[in-house]
Design a protein around this ligand. Structure first.
Ligand code: GLA
Length: 641
């Protein structure tokens, strides 16, 4: 009643004379504040010190850490939000940089702009009108969240009557599966171009969805290769140097599918980004031989292999001790490395392995230092088809201030050794981007190279890493891939990845727009339907595997929104409308930025559905941390690639 009278009073007289109750936000329960490090603190910094910004001390307020999000339920009762914001002086001299945002019901009401350690506090005072939900955000300043200690000093909301704001949990997004299940009729997938080396063992399992049994056939398969019509596995010996135009076919009682598959026998491998499973984030050091076999079986049973995933890669922690003659064997969790590779091959899949050029791997197991040739030979004898070579303790071997040649040395050595084995071994450089590896990774024999540190499970870095990789697109081409690290949606090491459904879709969409190697590194024992539907959408994977091998370019970049466009082999374009911000935003792809003219058929790839013909631009409201992925085609409509 009291509130109603007050509202009437304001409506009649204006609010100038009414002093609403000011609620200091530090008096609220802050348990629901989400932030990148530590916990939100009342009346002290996130590091536990008195709140201080640019030399000015504040008695009250909230100390937090980017990226931080606080949802306040106001129910239309808030009048004004006031605060003084900035980076806390406790990180003076460190590379802290943040940006504060005040958002009311999905509209940005105030932005601080970039603030660094030492920047004087900025005052906020915004009228709230009838805002129901106020969101206070601290974004990182696009250089990672390290040292981003940020204060909402003196933060208050003037409320009507006795009402009080409440810090609520971020609204939960519903996990909606957008992609239809594969049909009963056969549909062939997988790369349209495939590199292999003459005279080496050849094996390839043809990816195809549709009801089993399927009967496979191929036209134009060169002599020396044989396709098993029941399993769809091609085996034999790679023919002599040349290009072989093969037409693959699959048939069942519901229909028939055809797909071109060009074999390029020559020097190059991985002509499309390699796809598979790597155990690292899923199992860390508790990986076992049994878990790897289970991963291979599961990839077949759950349809990942039908969608194109091929490699089953063991990461760190498999190594035992060397024997007196220096030969390396697996440890007690990997009693039979050759047996493991044979098992993976028996399913038509490829096997991958990990080691370090240093004396020890990152997890402290035996590395290959001074055993490089012996190890390369052994990996090939066991039958491995992929090697990840991780710098790690090589730091202790390299000079203190390594020069380019020092960065290259161990990789050139192993690249050369692998190229001389009697099998195709894809070489994955893992040294976190040092010495601009993208400029020389291919020259030392690499097929893919990590462009940054471990991704960890941090969503904001997903957008950042994508933008960084897109900046390196000139170094990215068939057989030479920038590697932004593994896909981590689903479960990891007994923890559910903290991604919302939109974020999970964004992860995969960004990776495919980049033409990134697609390695799923989540727990295969806990793969749910939703995660699987994201991993296995064939039209999205087709964008990744496009034979042109282009990484998307960034057009129309704003602070939190941008558009990615990738040219595809058939003349169509894959376009991502991206929003890395904390609230929904409108994003438009303009034809002039995409390099297209005239009417375009726009197809939503997650839904595998035509959205209709558009002219001039295509726009959508993109949810928080969302990406809408479409394909624009001027010529054909609604055709599955
Ligand atoms: C490094 C790599 C990771 C993983 C671990 C294993 O951190 O970057 O991808 O291989 O080592 O110890």
């Amino acid at each position: 009643m009291k509130n109603i009278l007050r509202i009437l009073f304001i409506a009649l007289l204006g609010n100038a004379d009414v002093t609403a109750g000011e609620v200091p936000l530090d008096s609220l329960n802050l348990a629901n504040v989400r932030q990148g490090w530590g916990n939100a603190a009342s009346n002290k910094s996130v590091g536990g010190k008195p709140l201080t910004i640019g030399g000015q001390k504040f008695e009250r307020g909230i100390g937090t850490h980017a990226v931080s999000v606080m949802y306040l339920r106001l129910q239309g009762q808030g009048q004004r939000f006031t605060a003084s914001v900035g980076v806390d002086d406790e990180v003076a001299g460190q590379p802290a940089s943040v940006e504060f945002q005040v958002i009311g019901d999905d509209k940005v009401l105030w932005e601080s702009g970039l603030m660094k350690a030492g920047t004087p506090p900025r005052k906020v005072s915004v009228e709230l009108g009838g805002v129901k939900t106020l969101v206070l955000v601290v974004e990182d300043g696009e250089d990672g969240i390290a040292s981003d200690h940020a204060d909402w000093a003196d933060a208050r909301v003037a409320m009507l009557g006795e009402s009080r704001p409440e810090v609520i949990a971020m609204p939960v997004e519903e996990a909606v599966i957008l992609t239809p299940k594969p049909g009963l009729a056969p549909c062939l997938h997988g790369p349209k171009i495939y590199g292999c080396r003459p005279g080496h063992p050849f094996f390839y399992r043809v990816p195809c969805t549709g009801e089993r049994p399927l009967s496979y056939s191929a036209q134009g398969l060169p002599a020396g290769l044989k396709l098993d019509s029941q399993t769809g596995i091609i085996t034999g010996t790679t023919p002599e140097r040349g290009e072989y135009a093969v037409k693959l076919q699959a048939q069942n009682r519901h229909g028939k599918s055809e797909r071109r598959f060009k074999l390029v026998a020559g020097d190059k491998l991985a002509l499309t980004p390699p796809m598979g499973f790597n155990d690292w984030y899923a199992y860390l050091d508790h990986v076992t031989d049994a878990k790897m076999r289970y991963a291979a079986d599961t990839m077949i049973a759950n349809g990942m292999v039908d969608a194109g995933y091929q490699y089953v890669n063991v990461d760190d922690c498999w190594m035992g001790k060397r024997s007196a003659d220096g030969n390396l064997a697996g440890n007690e969790k990997f009693p039979d490395m050759k047996g493991l590779a044979d098992y993976i091959h028996s399913q038509g899949l490829k096997a991958g392995l990990y080691t370090s050029p240093g004396p020890k791997t990152c997890a402290g197991y035996e590395g290959s230092y001074q055993h490089e040739a012996q190890d390369a030979r052994r990996f090939a004898e066991w039958g491995f088809d992929f090697l990840k070579y991780d710098w790690c303790s090589y730091r202790s071997i390299a000079p203190n201030a390594p020069e380019l040649a020092d960065y290259q040395k161990p990789y050139r050595q192993m690249g050369d050794l692998l190229a001389h084995q009697d099998r195709d071994i894809v070489f994955n450089l893992c040294q976190y981007g040092m010495g601009d590896v993208w400029k020389w990774g291919a020259a030392v024999g690499g097929h893919a190279w990590r462009t940054s540190d471990d991704l960890g499970i941090e969503l904001n870095r997903v957008f950042q890493v994508a933008l960084k990789n897109c900046g390196l697109r000139d170094y990215h081409k068939p057989g030479e891939w920038n590697d932004p690290d593994y896909i981590q949606i689903g479960w990891f090491n007994n923890t559910k990845a903290p991604f919302t459904p939109s974020e999970s879709y964004s992860f995969m969409a960004l990776w495919c727009l980049m033409a990134a190697p697609l390695f799923y590194s989540g727990d295969m024992e806990r793969l749910d339907e939703f995660t699987l539907s994201i991993l296995c959408n064939p039209e999205v994977i087709e964008v990744d595997q496009d034979p042109l091998g282009q990484c998307a370019r960034v057009v129309d970049k704003h602070r939190f929104t941008f558009v990615l466009v990738k040219d595809l082999e058939d003349g169509s374009k894959a376009v991502g409308l991206c929003n890395s911000g904390e609230v929904a935003a409108d994003v438009a792809a303009q034809w002039k930025d995409l390099g297209v003219t005239g009417p375009q058929m726009v197809r939503d790839l997650w839904q595998e559905k035509d959205l209709g013909e558009f002219t001039g631009h295509f726009s959508r409201r993109i949810p928080r941390h969302g990406v809408v992925l479409v394909r624009l085609n001027a010529k054909e409509t609604g055709k599955r690639p």
